[in-house]
Design a protein around this ligand. Sequence first.
Ligand code: SAH
Length: 223
Amino acid sequence: MNNKLNLSGIGMTSQRTRERLLGRLMDQGITSMEVLDVMRSTPRHIFLDEALSHRAYEDVALPIGHNQTISQPYVVARMTEAIVKSGSVSRVLEIGTGCGYQTAIIARLADRVFTVERIKPLLERARKNLRTLGLRNIEFKHDDGSLGWEQRGPFDAIITTAAPQRVPEELLQQLNDGGRLVIPVGGDESQELRLIQRHGDEFEERVLEMVRFVPLLFGQVQH
Ligand code: SAH
């Protein structure tokens, strides 16, 4: 069987394993049917190396090389739900493409997604994965995303999948009026997952829960 085209994952991961993951997401409080549907129908095993693909439907973060991880499905669902439920998702910016799993989930709910990754080989892998899934509403950029992507803004929503010590002012400035930023903030051990909504020049902030992401780093990496 050609694994690249094996989107169903039959043989590697049973349908039952995938349904069990959906059950876990619901048990943990994910209620949006559109988010649950997209989580159910987006294969996660194609984002992983073959040696790890049998663990693709466990609700855990897993290594993707370059000291980075694919996000935990629950956290992807939570961040996606937070922005989908709170307003428009016409133009969405993602900082930290990684292997592209969160990108795939949000691209199926948003009109256009702009995603920035500082490690070039990861960005190239994400590009390939997302092409495999037939997603064409995504624009990629190899760069340090801590300053956002001003030329493509303003955005209805910004999802940051790596954690800075404090919220970069540039990201707040690239939100539309009513736009939302979902971002983990804090040190290496754990961070607050914050949902920040812009109302004119005011920013309303809520802490959703504690999470653990890799740090947001500065500069870009070629290899
Ligand atoms: N969104 C991914 C998670 C990737 S882990 C998923 O769905 O699985 C976080 C990613 O953020 C890593 O690939 C890391 O290289 C990237 N990253 C860290 N700092 C960054 C920065 N300043 N700009 C862009 N990407 C960054």
